[in-house]
Write a protein of this length. Sequence first.
Length: 672
Amino acid sequence: MTELRNTEQELSRFRLRLIAAALFVLFAFGLLASRLAYLQIGKHEELSTQAENNRIAVVPITPNRGLILDRNGIVLANNYSAYTLEIAPAKVRDLEATIDRLAEIVAIEPRDRRRFKRQLEESKSLESLPIRTKLTDEEVARFTAQRFRFEGVEIKARLFRSYPLGEVGSHLIGYIGRINPTEKKAMEDDWADDQLANYRGTEYIGKLGVEQSYESQLHGATGFEEVEMSAGGHAVRRLRSSPATPGNALVMSIDIRLQAMVEELFGDRRGALVAIDPRNGEILAFVSKPNFDPNLFVDGIDVENWKALNESPDKPLLNRALRGTYPPGSTYKPFMAMGALTLGKRTPQQAISDPGYYNFGNHRFRDDKEGGHGTVDMYRSIVQSCDTYYYTLANDLGVDAIHDFMAPLGFGQLTGIDLQGELRGTLPSTEWKRTAYKKKEAQKWYAGETISLGIGQGYNTFTMLQLAQATATMAAGGQRHLPHLVRAIEHYESRAPEVLAFKDPPALGWKPEHVAVIHNALYGVTQEGTSAKVFAGAPYKSGGKTGTAQVIAIKQNEKYNAAKLDELHRDHALYTAFAPLENPTIALALVVENAGFGAGAAAPIARRVFDYVLSGQYPSEADIAATRQGQSATPIGTPRAIDAVPLKGSTIDGVAGARVALRNDAQAQAKP
């Protein structure tokens, strides 16, 4: 009996355990079922999207960058496709060892390693970085055969920017470079979401010149490709795609043959020249010497070349036309004379007696001609460049009246040109000095400081762009135009050029008779004045003004002697001019640094420019050599026809068919 009771108790406990286990199993299955229902029903849409995203990758398609052309259709910047060898650092265990093994297959120079290291330090993304660019077909084949040995290394086809003319026009064209962390952060902070989306997959951006200023037009619209991915993360097939739209082409107002000619005329000398069409503000030449090869920057400049450019005493990276500021010297005098006429401080016939100096207080301001020019009226003051006339005029006008007349001409103001980084320069006034200096005693304007302003010295410092703009305004009789480098945008889809419209400032309202007085005097400079020898025999009439700007002050009891000064302390040579006199179509301003008198170093370059633009003559090689040395006044060799002169380094050389073929090829979306 006892055994029977024990058996029943054991069975009862077993049944309880079985029921408890069954309840636990049912509860567990209930939890699983509820979780499954929650995931399948409640979270279905979210999880379905995630699964689809894991299966499908959206890959950006980088657009071709737009071309840059000169006014005659010559290509200044284009694109070409090439293979690159790239490493994804996040997928490589031993980076140095991998590069060493790659070097056994593909040539990798020390500069390639340095560039890769620098890009690695700057990059904060998981994207691959190029260790070698522009691989040959043989190098591609060798790597492909060994591809299995290199995890995280691959061959990619990329577009590269090319500047076929090399150094010619480098400061105005600019270049592109890899987007650095600072630029990337600025883009994320300042750009709208749609702008950022358009730069997905883009690694390069315009860094200088019109490449930078017209980035939005040149970049194009990024395309996208939906790709089905395998579990291992490899693309299986393309589902759908939206092609990229190449960037628009820029048609510049620059005549690149004129640009190349002026750069050749400068030779190794430092300086700048800006030539403007006074009828519309189009810039015909925008020269800064020395310049640089923008192709060096496309793949990332190596240390040696960067050091050579950055540490050169000639500062080839400085855009002297846009950011170089110089005293205008005697080229300022015609504007002072126009101010005197406009403000009623002088008449054309009113004359002074010039003894060769002007005394103000206990200081003697000397004229450049010892003994003076005798009796000087306004015409002779410009033709003979009489300093004493303008010393007295500056004193009569006063600094603030000079400032108020000169500011609308663009002196000391931003011109608004379609380039970034323009400097304002200095057009002094009493208000300017109060804000420019911290010490109270330095904030006061002294009357003696006004005197040297009349001859373009003192605090006056302007850019060649400002001086050229003012000269163009003078040539146009007070009509003002916004200076610009791009005349039209050629849209990729329509191939139709859109001529850009720039809002010009209002005219200055000068009296025609006053303009005629100044024009006549400037013409006299080329006939009997300081540049008469340079323009002898010219088949056109022009107006011009030489200028010599001091770099360092000369004591009262000393005379200027260039031979005793370091080159960098010698005077700058300047020249401003416009032509033809009756209906000007070109106005220019130029400076040759530390070259002495404007008539010797600067005016001959202006003569060559006018011969080119107005007579269709390209100087002979003998003329170019003589101009560089300041020895040539009139042509000494047979001028060459413009179209017969090839552009050095160019693959186009003015052949229309080649230009068209190059443009079509560069706009194509084909990959290698």
